[in-house]
Write a protein that binds this ligand. Structure first.
Ligand SMILES: *[C@@H]1O[C@H](CO)[C@@H](O)[C@H](O)[C@H]1NC(C)=O
Ligand SMILES: *[C@@H]1O[C@H](CO)[C@@H](O)[C@H](O)[C@H]1NC(C)=O
Ligand SMILES: *[C@@H]1O[C@H](CO)[C@@H](O)[C@H](O)[C@H]1NC(C)=O
Length: 262
């Protein structure tokens, strides 16, 4: 009676009971590299990891599945029944924090996950040379990625950078950057970002060369203007000459006529 009055609740109970029964019924235990429970595997960049999933205590052949995160891993036919091995080689930065999960096809609730913790040292980046005009803004960017995460410091000419009003430091797990607004002559120098982690250190130099403000009127415009003026004057002279020449010719012609007239 009570069940009939709460059908949704009773259905849920039935589902739970069925799940429980399925577990009991399969009685199968999975293990990955001899772990029956989820575990974290610490590894380093470029290494090779072999994961072996084993179905134990089954009375029948058991098909296995592997997932990388949410996507199925393609397995060869002979690599699915009772035992399934996958190899991750070489381990890359993108494998960090990714879970590899082995599941039973018959009951996908039966699973064991391996979380990869890929250790890698920081790599701040190649040195840079930056020429910047006084008064402009500039941002110096370093790659701050490392696992475990590193300690970061900015230096100017090998001394720890004293933050000024027009300096802004921005720091995430991905980048470490310094922004300078309205660069001044005194900002000229070598800036170094340093990332220190237990797996190694890395630093990157920025040679910031502050240049004088450029004149407001560009030199090209001055040259163009000068050329225009020169040409105008030249044409003016030529025109003038032609006029003088014409007058001279007319005068000479008149002279001739006068001569003939005599
Ligand atoms: C596997 O089966 C054996 C014998 O049938 C039993 O003693 C053991 O507890 C089972 N192990 C698991 C993990 O179910
Ligand atoms: C998998 O295990 C089952 C039950 O123990 C067995 O009958 C079957 O032959 C095994 N398959 C392989 C490929 O080992
Ligand atoms: C500006 O900084 C650069 C890079 O560190 C350096 O080579 C140069 O000598 C500096 N110039 C002046 C005027 O300080």
């Amino acid at each position: 009676m009570a069940q009939r009055s709460r059908p949704a609740g009773s259905r849920r109970v039935q589902v739970l009971v069925l799940c429980f029964l399925a577990h009991v019924a399969t009685g199968v235990e999975l293990s990955v590299n001899n772990h029956n429970d989820d575990f974290t595997l610490i590894t380093s960049l470029g290494s090779l990891i072999s994961l072996s999933c084993l179905a134990q205590n089954s009375s029948q052949p058991e098909e296995l599945l592997w997932y990388r995160g949410d996507s199925r891993v393609d397995l060869k036919d002979g690599n699915k029944e009772n035992v399934s091995n996958i190899c991750i080689s070489p381990v890359s930065e993108s494998d960090n924090g990714v879970a590899f999960t082995c599941r039973l096809v018959r009951d996908q609730a039966v699973q064991v996950s391996v979380l990869l913790d890929v250790r890698f040292p920081p790599s701040a980046g190649e040195d840079e040379s930056i020429q910047i005009e006084e008064g402009k803004d500039v941002t110096l960017i370093c790659n701050a990625k490392s696992n475990p995460q590193g300690q970061t410091t900015w230096y100017k000419n090998n001394a720890i950078l004293t933050l000024k009003d027009h300096y802004q430091v921005y720091h995430t797990s991905e980048v470490f950057q310094l922004s300078i607004t309205e660069v001044q002559e005194s900002d000229n120098g070598t800036y170094t970002c340093e990332v220190k982690s237990s797996c190694g250190d890395s630093s990157k130099n920025f040679h910031l060369i502050v240049e004088d403000r450029k004149p407001v009127i560009p030199i090209e415009a001055i040259i163009a203007a000068a050329v225009v003026v020169a040409l105008t004057v030249l044409f003016g002279i030529v025109a003038q000459k032609e006029k003088i020449f014409k007058v001279k010719m007319e005068r000479e012609a008149a002279g001739h006529e006068a001569l003939h007239g005599e």
